[in-house]
Write a protein that binds this ligand. Structure first.
Ligand SMILES: *[C@@H]1O[C@H](CO)[C@@H](O)[C@H](O)[C@H]1NC(C)=O
Ligand SMILES: *[C@@H]1O[C@H](CO)[C@@H](O)[C@H](O)[C@H]1NC(C)=O
Ligand SMILES: *[C@@H]1O[C@H](CO)[C@@H](O)[C@H](O)[C@H]1NC(C)=O
Length: 479
C-alpha cells in the first residue's frame, strides 16, 4: 500500500509535464500527437492513502469549464479536494460552484434559516458568531449534505473566510464504511430505507450505488437528522421504532469511529474544501462552536451542487450480454470509462487495481476475458463508443501467446507490430480504442523517458497518448 502511494505521487508530477513532450521521442520524427486531456497546470498531492488530495497551481477565480470539469473528475476520484490560499468573493464561489453543476439554493434547506448577512440564497454563512452567520451547523452528527431533499447533493464547497484555532472538519470515506459491515449486517441494512428527520416524506435506500462511481455508498445522517427508518421486505414497509433506528445509527457510527480512516482538516483562512458529497460523510469538529471571545471568529461560506437523481440500488452501468461459446449460459461485458476518471495523462490504475474496480461494481466480475472473435466484436463495440483503450484480463508472458488465467488463448487480435515489449517487458494486455490488442506494462511506467501509457499511431492514423480504463466481464446471473 505504501509503495503504491509513492508511485502515484511520482506519476503525478511526471504526468503533468509529460503532456508537453513530443509523442515521437524514439524515432526523432516530429509528428502531430494528440493528448486528449486538458492542460490545466495543477498538481495533486494525496492527503492520505485512501482519499483526499491537495490541489496546487490553480486559481479558482479564473478556471474555465474544461479545467473545472477536470477538477470535478479529480474530486470524484479522490472524494475530496483541498485548495489553499484562494481569494474568493461569494460571487466567485458561486461562479465556480456553477461550473461543477446546478447550484442548490442553500436557504431552501429546512434546517438552514436565512441569515441577515447572507447576500444570496445560493450561499450559506456559517459561524460561531450568530451575528456573522448561522451558528451550530454541521456539528450535531456525522452526515452527508442534502439529507432532507430527494437527492443528496453532488458537491459541497466549504470556503473558510476566517479560521479559529480549533474546529476542524472531520471527513470519512463511505465506500470503506460499507465494506466494513459483516455479511449479516449488510443483508439487514440492504432492507433499510433512510428517513429524513426533517421531512418524513424524504426516504431513500440507506445503502445505494454512488450515482457516478457506481460502487456502494451509504446515506449517513445520524442523530436528529434521521427520522424513524423503514424496513422494506418483499415490498412491504414497516416503520422501525426509535430504538431500532438508533441501533442502526449506532452501528454506522461505530464503523466510522472504528475505521481509522477519519481525516481531520484543520482550517487556515482561504482554504476551500470540495467534497464529493455521496462519497464522504463529514462533521464539524468539537471546537468549532467555541465562543468568539475564546477562539476568535469562525466564518465559513458554504455552497452546494444539487444531486441529479434520487439514490438507487441499481447502478447506471450498461452491460452488453451475449451467449456465445464458451460462455453459452451468458457472459456480460461492461466498461468503467464513465465511473473512473484519470483527468491527466499518465495517471491511471494498475491492472490489479482495475480488477478490484470491476469487483467493487459487481462481486462476480473481473477484467474481461476475450476468448474468440465473437467476444472481441462485442468488446470492440463497447470500447469504440468510449474511444479509449481498456485493460483485458489476459497476460502476455512471452512471444505472442496470451493467457486467460492459466489457459492459453487460441485467439489473439494483435495490433500491427504488437506485442513489442516496448520500454521493457510488457506482460499485460489492453484493447485499443479500435478493438486490436497491445501488450503493456501492468502498471503505468515510471522510468524516466518512458511514456506511462500506450502511445502509438492508431488505426485512424492519429498518434495519441492515452490512459487505460477497465473493461470488466461477469458471468450472466440468472435472475
Ligand atoms: C482552459 O484553461 C487552460 C489553462 O489555463 C487552458 O490551457 C485551456 O486551453 C483552456 N481551455 C479552453 C477551452 O479555453
Ligand atoms: C417534504 O418533502 C416533500 C417531497 O420532496 C416536499 O414536497 C415537501 O414540501 C417537503 N416538506 C417540507 C415541510 O419542506
Ligand atoms: C484474471 O487473471 C488472473 C491472473 O492474471 C487470474 O488469477 C484470474 O483468475 C483471471 N480472472 C478470470 C475471470 O479468468
Amino acid at each position: 500500500m505504501h509503495r503504491l502511494t509513492v508511485s502515484i505521487v511520482l506519476l503525478m508530477s511526471i504526468g503533468v509535464s509529460a503532456v508537453e513532450e513530443s509523442c515521437d521521442r524514439h524515432s526523432g520524427i516530429q509528428t502531430e500527437c494528440q493528448v486528449p486531456f486538458s492542460t490545466c497546470g495543477y498538481t495533486l498531492r494525496p492527503l492520505s492513502s485512501k482519499f483526499g488530495a491537495e490541489v496546487t497551481g490553480v486559481d479558482l477565480t479564473t478556471v474555465n469549464q474544461s479545467c473545472a470539469d477536470a477538477l470535478k473528475q479529480e474530486a470524484l476520484m479522490y472524494r475530496f479536494l483541498l485548495f489553499r490560499d484562494q481569494d474568493l468573493t461569494w460571487q466567485e464561489q458561486i461562479k465556480f460552484t456553477n461550473l461543477l453543476g446546478a447550484v442548490f439554493s442553500e436557504t431552501s434547506s429546512l434546517r438552514r434559516p436565512f441569515h441577515p448577512k447572507t447576500p444570496d440564497p445560493r450561499i450559506a454563512y456559517l459561524s460561531n458568531d450568530p451575528l456573522e452567520g448561522i451558528p451550530g451547523q454541521g456539528v450535531e452528527a456525522w452526515h452527508v449534505d442534502g439529507n432532507s431533499v430527494p437527492a443528496p447533493h453532488q458537491f459541497t464547497l466549504i470556503y473558510c473566510v476566517s479560521a479559529t484555532r480549533n474546529g476542524p472538519t472531520l471527513i470519512v470515506p463511505l465506500k470503506e464504511i460499507v465494506d466494513m459491515f459483516t455479511p449479516e449486517e449488510r443483508a439487514f441494512l440492504d432492507s433499510i430505507r433512510y428517513v429524513s428527520g426533517n421531512n418524513e416524506s424524504i426516504t431513500m435506500p440507506l445503502i445505494y450505488k454512488h450515482p457516478v462511481r457506481n460502487y456502494d455508498t451509504i446515506v449517513v445522517a445520524l442523530g436528529l437528522l434521521s427520522g424513524q427508518y423503514i424496513l422494506r421486505q418483499d415490498d412491504h414497509d414497516t416503520i422501525l421504532s426509535k430504538e431500532e433506528t438508533q441501533r442502526i445509527k449506532d452501528l454506522i457510527e461505530a464503523k466510522i469511529i472504528g475505521s481509522n480512516l477519519i481525516y481531520s482538516h484543520q482550517y487556515k483562512s482561504k482554504d476551500l474544501l470540495l467534497l464529493n458529497n455521496p462519497s464522504v460523510a463529514h462533521i464539524a469538529g468539537p471546537g468549532s462552536q467555541n465562543p468568539v471571545e475564546v477562539a476568535g471568529l469562525r466564518l465559513m461560506h458554504r455552497s452546494t451542487v444539487r444531486g441529479d437523481r434520487p439514490p438507487s440500488k441499481t447502478s447506471s452501468i450498461k452491460y452488453a450480454c451475449a451467449q456465445f461459446e464458451p460462455f453459452a449460459s451468458g457472459y456480460c461485458l461492461f466498461s468503467l470509462k464513465d465511473s473512473v476518471f484519470y483527468p491527466r495523462y499518465g495517471f491511471f490504475d494498475t491492472r490489479d487495481a482495475a480488477r478490484q474496480r470491476c469487483k467493487s461494481i459487481d462481486e462476480g466480475a473481473d477484467l474481461a476475458t476475450i476468448p474468440n472473435k465473437k467476444w472481441n466484436n462485442l468488446a470492440k463495440t463497447i470500447i469504440e463508443r468510449t474511444g479509449v483503450p481498456h485493460w483485458l484480463n489476459g497476460t502476455n508472458p512471452q512471444e505472442e501467446d496470451v493467457f486467460w488465467g492459466e489457459v492459453k488463448s487460441e485467439f489473439t487480435n494483435w495490433h500491427r507490430e504488437q506485442p513489442n515489449d516496448h520500454d521493457g517487458p510488457e506482460v499485460c494486455l489492453i484493447m485499443g480504442p479500435f478493438g486490436t490488442w497491445l501488450d503493456l506494462a501492468c502498471e503505468p511506467k515510471t522510468q524516466p523517458g518512458a511514456d506511462p501509457g500506450p502511445v502509438i499511431t492508431w488505426e485512424d492514423g492519429v498518434r495519441r497518448k492515452f490512459n487505460v480504463y477497465p473493461l470488466c466481464g461477469v458471468l450472466h446471473k440468472q435472475s
